[in-house]
Ligand binder design. Structure first.
Ligand code: UDP
Length: 378
């Protein structure tokens, strides 16, 4: 039987593990932490599901990905909606016609909506940085308002630098909507695993060909040698899928890649619920970026308790968990140096947000892991 080694039991590693196992590989997964699921791990605290590493709301336009995940869990329909505190009011984010109605006097709001409808007759979504470059002075003025009130301070908090210094794709994730569509995502499939991600991942890993070793730092067990990779002192013959930070494979020889990390605080309340939405963003106040009340996602019927999560972005120092790659020309160039080294090692496959240094959503991670497993099997 062919063997595969997978480093990391997050969404990328597990998807690949399951797919390879079903193709007849004997799969060993090494996981540094003591639990499954990477940063999508969740757990129950007094009956309330908590996303330990921050909100993970599932959405995809890819039927294949939706079908794959639905093999391992029931899903409940859930369309994420977010409110942002702007000028003391809670308005829908992405900024849309409803946000305009709430923030501007009626006649001005009417004028702005007519202007946007004229310029964008098909509705849709426009990235804020693109809207700022619109030739019409009125559109530009509104874009500047949204940029200042929604994006500027939030982005400085989240990334430690202003939007102008960010990769355009990051700012484009949350566009401005030329309609009353107030959903955070517009993908066809918007749903959440009925019993949480952890249960889903456990089902995904439940296969006779998959073995997960927890509390196992791969960098202590694998060694890059002439001609391949040694695992526990012996040359490993099969594929190795690596989902950790790529630079750690090489002792960060050229320096660490920049990441952003997060610190979370939980607040337990004796109340049915405390927020008018699952997620509230605070672009301009507080040192946290957002608060999440996960209970409203699962609609758990617990009358007297709920939990609020506060999210504080922090620089990623030694010992902190890397959440987001900070993409720029400079960091990509550094990544490419490591990647070239990795590509020179036979049967080594860097995969996922950290090893590929890309801000992938969960569905993209799943899709890419499925493709990778197919490639390995072909
Ligand atoms: N963003 C912002 N204001 C908001 C929401 C998002 O400026 O109210 C910007 C910010 O730079 C953020 C990016 O858009 O990092 C992507 O937001 P998203 O909600 O997709 O972030 P994630 O949920 O992945 O942390």
């Amino acid at each position: 039987m062919q063997q595969a080694l997978i480093i990391g039991a997050g969404i990328t590693g597990l998807t690949a593990a399951r797919s390879l196992a079903e193709h007849g590989f004997q799969v060993t997964v090494l996981e540094k932490r003591d639990h499954i699921g990477g940063n999508a791990f969740d757990y129950y605290d007094n009956g309330v599901l908590v996303h330990k590493y921050g909100p993970h709301l599932f959405h995809t336009g890819k039927k294949e990905v939706a079908d794959f995940l639905q093999r391992f869990s029931d899903f409940i329909p859930y369309s994420h909606r977010v409110l942002g505190e702007i000028d003391g009011r809670l308005v829908p984010i992405p900024f849309n016609f409803r946000s305009i109605d709430l923030l501007f006097p009626e006649r001005e709001a009417q004028h702005l909506k007519e202007l946007l409808t004229r310029e964008y007759p098909d509705g849709g979504s426009v990235p804020i940085m693109e809207l700022r470059r619109h030739p019409d002075a009125g559109v530009q003025e509104l874009a500047e308002f949204v940029f200042r009130k929604v994006f500027y301070n939030y982005t400085k908090k989240q990334w430690g630098k202003p939007p102008e210094e960010m990769d355009a794709s990051v700012m484009g994730r949350v566009p401005v909507r030329m309609s009353y569509d107030d959903r955070y995502f517009t993908d066809e499939f918007q749903m959440m695993p009925a019993d949480g991600y952890t249960a889903l991942f456990q089902n995904m890993a439940r296969h006779e060909n998959i073995r997960i070793r927890y509390g196992c730092d791969a960098c202590r067990h694998i060694e890059i040698v002439e001609g391949g990779i040694c695992f526990d002192g012996e040359l490993w013959d099969g594929p190795v899928i690596y989902t950790g930070c790529i630079e750690e494979l090489f002792g960060a020889e050229y320096g660490r890649l920049p990441y952003r990390s997060l610190r979370f605080e939980l607040e337990h309340h004796h109340a049915e619920h405390v927020q008018p939405a699952v997620q509230i963003n605070y672009p301009n106040r507080h040192t946290y970026t957002r608060t999440s009340e996960f209970k409203l996602v699962q609609k758990e019927r617990i009358p007297d308790r709920t939990i609020l999560m506060y999210e504080y972005p922090i620089p990623c120092g030694d010992g902190d968990i890397p959440y987001y790659p900070v993409e720029s020309a400079e960091s990509r160039a550094l990544y490419e140096r490591y990647r070239q080294r990795a590509d020179g090692i036979p049967k080594l496959y860097p995969a996922g947000r950290l090893a590929e240094y890309r801000y992938y959503n969960m569905d993209i991670a799943v899709e890419r892991a499925l493709r990778l497993a197919e490639r390995i099997c072909s």
